[in-house]
Design a protein around this ligand. Structure first.
Ligand code: GAP
Length: 493
């Protein structure tokens, strides 16, 4: 969440990509891990390559049957923690395509861009940091400024290998806007141009007045949103880490204009702690794998007074997972100016009117999914296990009839399945009657199902109990069917 990130998603993302590239080379076993995760995702239905039957579509991915459950669990836990369990929060779900004036006011139309250098021989375009031997000699610190670069004498075009002196003019670095353009209505005229949102954040500013008028909230309070964002990234990669279409979970937390640094810092710290709690208590990620990067002023968006990136030890290197920024009153004041609407808040106690300032914690959904997969992937002698906390597991349990060709076992197992899904509402439960029980365990372990419930002859002939095989301990106690709900829900806390 550096310069180009919130408004202007670049600095940190670029740095992470660079780190990723170098660390990748040094970490073959970690590289291996990434390959194994990608393969598991495809094999077991977490994430598929997009448009695969047409030969695939670079850097586009589809979440499959278990991936969508994992992703939904993450989003639901987030919404529960940050919206439903807090009286100072409320949510919205805004349009993906907003009026272009929004992006003009926010600065995205002008500034949401990466500088690109084009090789005059092969016409490939590169971000300067993708060209070995580049050196940045000036940085963008204000809107409108253009960065400049130089190259060492032996630099060549990474694509056609022509010496840089002959084909790469650093002063030809052109700004490439990262927003996806489309047209509204049947004719493709300039007046009908619109953009897919590059962040969910702006809708919270644009809807600020409507939320104020309807939600009976007093400052400090926050607006949350989960939804898709689109960026025409120059260098997507590392599986679902950087894609052109992704999901964000964002909060804009509105506070009174601070009189001292302490006035905003206390909310910044509150959100810092909350973000760490989310990582630790909801995702269950070991906090040792998280690194906080205090983004230096030179890399921050020009309006940001403080930015922290939360980085995770991905197999391809330490890279940005989430961000936290103090955006001042930049966005509300831009929208107030551009729309001509009074967006000020009136303090009910003092009748004072002011534009609130904003602390913005932001989370990537797809990066959360990837971090969870990386954190909990385990290889054991005889199996692969996704040992995630049961609350994140795509299926809370799987139900099996011991034998598929015994109608009485199948009927009883169907009864147990419907009890768990309909009556107890435990969340998604898998049904599996293929192969033998050993194979079913293997396949449920790979997708992280915490319990496998088998209906056998003792169930119907003796005591109405089933075996409940535990993913982590492999123990298989017998549990009464009527106690299954408690047995499983205890693990979901
Ligand atoms: N409103 C602030 C903002 O958009 P950002 O750092 O650009 O800040 C927030 O994005 C989060 O969105 C990142 O921390 C990351 O988790 C996720 N994200 C950003 N670009 C992404 C991409 N191309 N693919 C997947 N996730 C991305």
């Amino acid at each position: 969440m550096g310069k180009t990130a919130s408004t202007f998603a670049k600095a940190t993302a670029d740095k992470s990509a660079a780190t990723a590239m170098t660390q990748k080379d040094n970490m073959p076993e970690q590289n291996d891990l990434m390959e194994k995760i990608v393969s598991l995702c495809k094999r077991r239905g977490f994430v598929f390559p997009g448009s695969e039957i047409y030969g695939g579509f670079a850097n586009s991915f589809d979440y499959g049957p278990v991936g969508v459950e994992l992703k939904n669990n993450i989003k639901q836990l987030w919404w529960k923690r940050f919206v439903h369990q807090r009286s100072d929060m409320t949510g919205i779900d805004a349009a993906l395509i907003m009026k272009p004036s929004v992006w003009e006011a926010s600065g995205h139309l002008k500034e949401f861009s990466d500088p690109l250098i084009e090789c005059t021989k092969c016409h490939h375009r590169f971000r300067p940091d993708q060209i070995p031997g580049y050196e940045q000699i000036s940085v963008v610190s204000k809107p409108g400024e253009i960065a400049s670069f130089k190259f060492s004498a032996d630099t060549v075009c990474p694509n056609c290998k022509t010496p840089a002196m002959e084909c790469l003019n650093p002063y030809q670095a052109k700004k490439f806007n990262l927003m996806f353009k489309t047209f509204i209505g049947p004719s493709e005229e300039q007046t009908n141009v619109a953009y897919f949102r590059p962040e969910t954040a702006q809708a919270m500013f644009v809807d600020f007045k409507n939320v104020l008028d309807t939600a009976r909230k007093t400052v400090p309070f926050g607006i949350a949103q989960i939804g898709k964002a689109f960026r025409n990234e120059i260098t997507p990669g590392n599986f679902i880490f950087r894609t052109r279409e992704f999901e964000q979970m964002e909060i804009e937390y509105f506070i009174a204009p601070p009189k001292t640094d302490e006035d905003w810092n206390k909310y910044f710290e509150m959100w810092r702690e909350n973000m760490l709690l989310w990582i630790k208590d909801d995702l269950g990620i070991d906090i040792k794998h998280i690194h906080e990067l205090e983004v230096p002023e030179s890399d921050r968006a020009f309006y940001s007074k403080r930015t922290i990136d939360f980085e995770y030890d991905f197999p391809f290197g330490k890279s940005e997972l989430y961000g936290l920024a103090y955006r001042t009153d930049y966005d509300l004041s831009q929208h107030q100016k551009a729309s001509g609407q009074d967006l000020r808040y009136m303090d009910p106690q003092t009748n004072e009117k002011y534009l609130p300032h904003v602390i913005e914690p932001t989370w990537g959904v797809d990066r959360s999914v990837l971090a969870v997969l990386c954190e909990f992937y385990r290889e054991e002698a005889d199996r692969v296990v996704l040992a995630s906390p049961p609350r994140l597991a795509p299926y809370k349990a799987a139900v099996f009839p011991l034998l598929k060709n015994k109608p009485e076992l199948v009927a009883k197992a169907r009864e147990v399945y419907s009890l768990l899904t309909t009556h107890y509402s435990l969340g998604p439960i898998a049904w599996d009657d293929r192969g033998n029980v050993g194979k079913r365990y293997y396949s449920q372990d790979e997708i992280g199902t915490p319990f496998c419930i088998t209906v056998d002859f003792d169930t119907i002939e003796k005591d109405n109990t089933v075996t409940v095989r535990n993913r982590d301990t492999k123990e298989q106690p017998r549990v009464k069917i009527e106690e299954l709900q408690n047995y499983i829900s205890k693990s979901l806390q």
